[in-house]
Design a protein around this ligand. Structure first.
Ligand SMILES: [Zn+2]
Length: 257
C-alpha cells in the first residue's frame, strides 16, 4: 500500500459523501477494519470501496444533492464514474470490486454517463449516436455499449484496437461517432468534483497512511519471505513429530529389504 492507494480511497470516499471530514473519517475507519483481513493492497482498496458503497447506500447524504448534480446520482453510480474517470481502474477491477460480470459493466457505465451528461446537467453537447448507415467494413455499433466507449476507456483487445485504428483513418462516420463519445466522456470527467487536492486533504492522507502502517506492524503478522515461511512451518512441534515418524517408518521399510 502506498500513498497513492490512500489518495484513491479518500477520493472514492469523497465521491460517496462529498464532505471532506466525513469521507476521510469513514475511509480511515473502513481501511482499518478491512486491513485486518490481510488481503493484498489492491484487494484491500477494492474491499474497502465495496464496504463504503454499502454504507453510503444505507445512509445517503441527502443534503449534498442540492450542491452539485454529481451528488444526485446514486452512490454506486458515483463510484463507477470516479473509478472509471479519475482512478482509471480497468473494467476488470471495477467489476471485481462490485462482484458483477464485466459484460454488465459496459452498458451500465454508458447509461450513467449519458444520464449524467444529458439529464443531470445542461451540457449542450450533441448526443452520441451510431453512424447513420454502416459501411461494409464498419464495426458493429452497439447503442448500449459502443466500441467508442471501450476505446476511450482503453479497454480494446489488441485485434480490435488494430482494426479500429486502421478503420478510423478511412471512415468519417465512425470517426464522428468516436468524436461524439469523446466529447461526452470529457464533459462527464470535468463534472466529477473529487479531483482537486488540498493541504488539508494531503494531511489527512498522510495520517491515514501512517495509521495503516502502524497497524501493519502491530496487528497483522509480518509478511514473510518463502524461506522464512518454510522455516516457521517446519519448526512447529506437530510438523516435527510427523517428520520424525516418517523417518522411522522409512528406516524400517528400507531395512526390511
Ligand atoms: Zn466506419
Amino acid at each position: 500500500m502506498n500513498k497513492d492507494d490512500i489518495r484513491s480511497l479518500t477520493r472514492i470516499g469523497r465521491s460517496l459523501w462529498g464532505d471532506l471530514d466525513q469521507s476521510v473519517a469513514i475511509s480511515e475507519d473502513t481501511l482499518t477494519s478491512v486491513s485486518l483481513l490481510n488481503l493484498s493492497d489492491d484487494r484491500t482498496i477494492e474491499r474497502a470501496s465495496k464496504v463504503m458503497i454499502e454504507l453510503a447506500e444505507r445512509n445517503p447524504p441527502t443534503l449534498l444533492k442540492l450542491n452539485h448534480p454529481f451528488f444526485r446520482l446514486a452512490p454506486i453510480e458515483r463510484f463507477l464514474l470516479t473509478t472509471a474517470h479519475i482512478e482509471k481502474w480497468s473494467y476488470d477491477r471495477i467489476a471485481r470490486t462490485l462482484g458483477i460480470e464485466k459484460t454488465l459493466l459496459e452498458p451500465w457505465l454508458w447509461s450513467i454517463r449519458l444520464k449524467f451528461c444529458f439529464q443531470e446537467t445542461q451540457s449542450g453537447l450533441e448526443y452520441p449516436r451510431a453512424p447513420g448507415t454502416l459501411g461494409p467494413s464498419c464495426p458493429e455499433y452497439n447503442a448500449s455499449a459502443p466500441w467508442s466507449q471501450r476505446m476511450m476507456d482503453d479497454e480494446l483487445g489488441k485485434r480490435e484496437r488494430f482494426f479500429l485504428q486502421n478503420h478510423l483513418m478511412s471512415c468519417d462516420k465512425c470517426r464522428k461517432a468516436l468524436e461524439l463519445t469523446r466529447k461526452m466522456i470529457f464533459k462527464v470527467e470535468s463534472l466529477i468534483p473529487v479531483k482537486e487536492s488540498s493541504q488539508e486533504l494531503e494531511l489527512a492522507n498522510d495520517r491515514i497512511f501512517n495509521h495503516w502502517k502502524e497497524g501493519e506492524v502491530t496487528f497483522r503478522p509480518i509478511k514473510l519471505e518463502t524461506r522464512q515461511t518454510l522455516i516457521r512451518f517446519l519448526s512447529q512441534p506437530k510438523v516435527q513429530f510427523l517428520l520424525a515418524a516418517l523417518a522411522v517408518f522409512c528406516f524400517y521399510w528400507f531395512t526390511r529389504f
